[in-house]
Design a protein around this ligand. Structure first.
Ligand code: ZN
Length: 489
């Protein structure tokens, strides 16, 4: 049995100011795929483990991924999907494909680009060829994808720490399908909710009991997979919002019935989806008044993993205004990092920091400080953290002490937009998070896996930006206006 594996992944924020071009993608070629992923917690690692467990021959193609930002350009999408199809044709004969797609990819010419990718594979291979897809929990799943994929398996955790297990599960479904042991039939239900990112944490209500119900259902005989995607509210696309996908063995009615039941469970929680989150001033005040440190502030508006700029200054400005101490703020600012590098360790620098990507993420601030660390930016994460990655590179990184000895804080200036999924983003530059007072993590739920172990408390902050908690319904052009949260306005 020959099974091709490939990954083509992007979470596309249609409110972000910069499109995602071909050059933004990191492409891992076929001959590096297994070596790169097998010791990670990614779904690719699960596919690789699945080949051993289910005794099939692995045919690696490539993986392509880019940091979340605006939709893909036509050229980027066509080039990469073309490469995928060409690779598959070259690898034939094949018995099946395992495909890691994010589920919230938008291309400038396709609002649901992942569905288009599966459609092109289906068109080439015909109706009965096994194509099993894995998705991120933030997928906006359209009906056509569920119809054209043989089966869809979605992460069950946020922070995403179960990708390897989901990859392995998908590999199992694929292998058993090829051997004729199971016949996957799927149902999709989409409750008419926005399901705000604030509620995406799978460790607390309202999502925790829903996910528990999905996990229980998956133990039922005849059910091959049961997934709940929370959706991705920063992609203005027709099928934006949560999705329940049940895959049953040869029993469409069972899949439909159980998906409907879970849909009802989610819908019944709609009154719990209200949100009260402090803004920057109140959040910094709360952090400073906390009895134990460090307190981590989650900067929702500048959620890098959700497509924001990574150079927002709203929280930095507030920390400076309130005279906070012991803070650490990371800002993507290659020019300032370079300036520090030229000045050298120990030098006093006058910098113009952040707010350079667009007008959504606060003003550029004038900062005076002393360069205390310079680092090349590579670090390794061996623990199970959001995204399952192991090797990271934030580029040339400078740490600047602001406000003098014993006062003020540390500004981390990096050169590549890097979401805060690993605490080693700080420790690699000599910062000991446990001895700081206030850490700013530019994200919503994902950074919790890295920051909860070192924090006395985490505070979610309603900051402006391309990933602000609330967007006016009038900003959406393609999403369904019938979503419950929008009917309440
Ligand atoms: Zn996600």
């Amino acid at each position: 049995m020959r099974v091709a594996i490939a990954g083509f992944s992007h979470e596309s924020n249609t409110f972000a100011s910069h499109p995602t071009a071909l050059g933004d993608f990191g492409v891992r070629p076929a001959d590096q795929l297994v070596a790169h992923y097998q010791d990670t917690f990614s779904e690719m690692a699960g596919y690789i483990a699945g080949a051993r467990e289910h005794n099939f021959e692995l045919v690696p193609l490539f993986s392509a991924g880019a940091t979340p930002a605006g939709p893909l350009t036509r050229q980027a999408y066509e080039e990469l999907v073309g490469r995928l199809l060409a690779g598959l044709k070259q690898a034939e004969p094949l018995d099946g494909v395992l495909l890691a797609l994010h589920g919230a990819m938008v291309a400038e010419h396709f609002p649901h680009a992942d569905a288009e990718t599966v459609h092109r594979l289906r068109a080439h291979f015909g109706p009965s060829f096994p194509i099993v897809v894995t998705h991120d929990y933030h997928a906006n799943v359209p009906p056509s994808l569920v119809e054209e994929a043989t089966a869809l398996v979605i992460y069950k955790t946020n922070p995403h720490i179960d990708q390897r297990e989901r990859g392995l599960q998908a590999a199992g479904i694929l292998a058993r399908t090829v051997r004729g042991e199971v016949r996957p039939l799927s149902a999709l239900v989409k409750p008419e909710l926005l399901f705000n990112i604030y509620h995406h944490n799978t460790s607390r209500p309202p999502m925790q009991p829903l996910m528990q119900a999905a996990i229980e259902l998956e133990k039922t005989p005849g059910i091959l997979a049961c997934s709940i995607a929370a959706g991705y509210q920063y992609a203005d696309v027709p099928h934006m919002g949560p999705s329940i996908v049940v895959v049953a063995d040869g029993d469409q009615a069972l899949a439909q019935r159980e998906a409907a039941r879970l849909g009802e469970l989610m819908w019944a929680r709609r009154e719990e989806l209200k949100i009260a989150v402090p803004g920057p001033a109140a959040a910094v005040q709360m952090a400073m008044a906390n009895e134990r440190f460090p307190v981590t502030l989650l900067d929702f508006g500048d959620n890098i993993g959700g497509g924001s700029a990574g150079d927002s200054t709203f929280l930095l400005a507030e920390l400076l205004r309130q005279g906070a101490e012991g803070w650490v703020v990371t800002i993507w600012d290659p020019a300032s990092a370079q300036q520090c590098n030229q000045a050298g360790i120990g030098a006093q620098v006058a910098l113009r920091v952040g707010g350079k990507t667009d007008t959504l993420h606060g003003p550029t601030l004038s900062i005076h400080g002393r360069v205390c660390t310079l680092h090349e930016g590579r670090y390794e994460e061996r623990e199970r953290r959001h995204g399952g990655g192991r090797h990271f590179d934030q580029g040339l990184t400078a740490v600047v002490a602001v406000g003098g000895e014993g006062r003020g804080g540390l500004l981390v200036l990096n050169s590549q937009r890097t979401a805060p999924m690993s605490i080693h983003q700080l420790t690699c530059a000599g910062i000991q998070p446990q001895h700081q007072q206030i850490l700013v993590a530019k994200g919503a739920v994902a950074p919790r896996a890295a920051y909860e172990p070192v924090s006395a408390r985490l505070i979610e902050v309603d900051t402006p930006g391309a990933t602000a908690i609330h967007r006016s319904p009038s900003e959406y052009k393609r999403a369904r206006k019938t979503l419950y949260e929008w009917q309440q306005h």
